[in-house]
Design a protein around this ligand. Structure first.
Ligand code: ADP
Length: 193
């Protein structure tokens, strides 16, 4: 299984990514988590990423692409993976296509988790209280939602054109959303093959 999980900030991608990846026995790769781990260690990559993340902007494509290419070449990704939060730009789509082509593989499905913008802001503000993520402030949340709408939302149409997209409502309890995603994937695989 080679899967992508897309969705706006606050849609619950991270939680769902872990559950779905576990179900299929594949690694869940969150670019946001990898960047945060690097920021915590103050590695060179972390120092580069931090300024962008703190402002709610995307880390530059060449930095993100190199990191993902490296991660996907690890042995645990040989039989499948779930990418959470990548690709987010057209250039990242191109890079992922190139990586997959080099490995003579292809994506099986792209899951888009949707939620209404008011609910997204509410969830992110709650998370800000609980986890203290530095990019969960009012102003930065607004910016992240804007950047998502401008740069990432258009990618869904591309994957829909390729027949890969499954759209799922992200509203509701975590296990209910997880079931929706799994049913969407089952429907997709029986329709596609
Ligand atoms: P969210 O989806 O809630 O914004 P993430 O943890 O997925 O949270 O990402 C946090 C931040 O990490 C993003 O705002 C961005 O700065 C950076 N980031 C993550 N993935 C990418 C990516 N594919 N391209 C560029 N920047 C990224």
């Amino acid at each position: 299984m080679r899967l992508l999980l897309m969705g706006p900030p606050g849609a619950g991608k991270g939680t769902q990514a872990v559950a779905i990846a576990e179900r299929f026995g594949i690694p869940a790769i969150s670019t946001g988590d990898i960047f945060r781990a690097n920021v915590a260690q103050q590695s060179p990559l972390g120092r580069t990423a931090q300024q962008y993340m703190d402002a709610g902007e995307y880390v530059p494509d060449e930095v993100t692409n190199a990191m993902v290419a490296g991660r996907l070449s690890d042995p645990d990704c040989a039989d499948g993976f779930l990418l959470d939060g990548y690709p987010r730009t057209l250039q990242q789509v191109d890079e992922l296509d190139a990586i997959l082509e080099r490995g003579d593989t292809a994506l099986d499905a792209v899951v888009l988790v949707e939620a209404d913008p008011g609910e997204l802001v509410r969830r992110l503000m709650l998370r800000a209280e609980a986890q203290g993520r530095v990019d969960d402030t009012d102003e930065v949340i607004r910016r992240r939602l804007e950047v998502y709408a401008a740069e990432t939302a258009p990618l869904a149409a591309q994957y829909a054109e390729r027949g890969l997209l499954a759209t799922v409502d992200g509203l509701g309890p975590v296990d209910v959303v997880a079931e929706r995603i799994l049913s969407a994937l089952v429907a997709k695989s029986s329709a596609g093959s």
